[in-house]
Design a binder for this molecule. Structure first.
Ligand code: ADP
Length: 223
């Protein structure tokens, strides 16, 4: 198989992060989450850190230039030599165009996995989502429910609501998705990038969805 760039695409709460974590193990390639990178970046007490923190709190998107540079640096790292999984990027048509150029220069072909999930399911998932402040794991009622009512399975820390999962911020994130991110799908389709539509709310759960993606990879990419 040639170098793989798997783009996990879908609305907030569609399970991109969960799938990326499952797939990175079996595919043995790094998981690049711009959301995680930005949450790390906002811990820096400089001007960019506070700009990023403000954008994340509002539910809007961070400027393209900021994320494009982060991704460009990240995919040039040696651990991306066999390929990588993108989660939360590209999120605008401009980011998609920049990524296409980068992939061309690295000689990597992209495949996009679209995790399709109903609006009502998304709302219910995001409303029930809790995060472990210690290890960052996300828990919801529908997937990976913790054993205790409000504590993390891994380290017993008290779970919290991620700041951008508050109801008013969720509405902004969904608006940003429909306005700015949804057109990215058309962009890639017209560019001839393979787009695999997968049921992101499959009754088989996250493991079943990851199996489906792996079998598509076997079937279509491994020759
Ligand atoms: P979700 O996919 O559930 O919205 P993420 O962790 O991917 O969560 O993103 C959280 C926030 O980080 C977004 O609401 C946005 O403000 C910012 N962000 C993440 N990725 C990008 C990106 N590619 N471009 C611009 N902003 C981004």
């Amino acid at each position: 198989m040639s170098r793989l760039c798997l783009i996990l695409f879908g609305p907030p709460g569609s399970g991109k992060g969960t799938q990326a974590k499952l797939l990175r193990q079996s595919l043995a390639v790094p998981h690049i989450s711009t959301g995680d990178m930005l949450r790390e970046r906002m811990e820096h007490l400089d001007e960019l850190g506070s700009q990023v923190a403000e954008m994340l709190r509002s539910g809007g998107l961070v400027p393209d230039e900021t994320v494009n540079v982060m991704v460009e640096d990240r995919i040039a790292q040696p651990d991306c030599g066999k390929g990588f999984i993108l989660d939360g990027y590209p999120r605008t048509v401009n980011q998609a165009a920049i990524l296409s150029g980068l992939l061309e220069s690295h000689n990597v072909a992209a495949t996009l996995v679209y995790l399709k999930v109903d609006y009502n399911v998304i709302m219910a998932r995001l409303a029930g989502r809790r995060q472990c402040p210690a290890c960052g794991t996300l828990f919801s009622h529908s997937a990976g429910a913790p054993t205790g009512p409000e504590v993390c399975d891994h380290d017993g820390a008290q779970l919290v609501i991620r700041e951008d999962d508050r109801q008013e911020v969720v509405a902004e994130r969904l608006k940003a998705y429909h306005r700015q991110t949804a057109p990215v799908l058309e962009y890639f389709k017209s560019a001839g990038v393979p787009v695999w539509e997968v049921d992101g709310a499959s009754p088989e759960g996250p493991q079943g969805i990851a199996r489906r993606v792996r079998s598509l990879i076997e079937e279509k990419l491994v020759s």
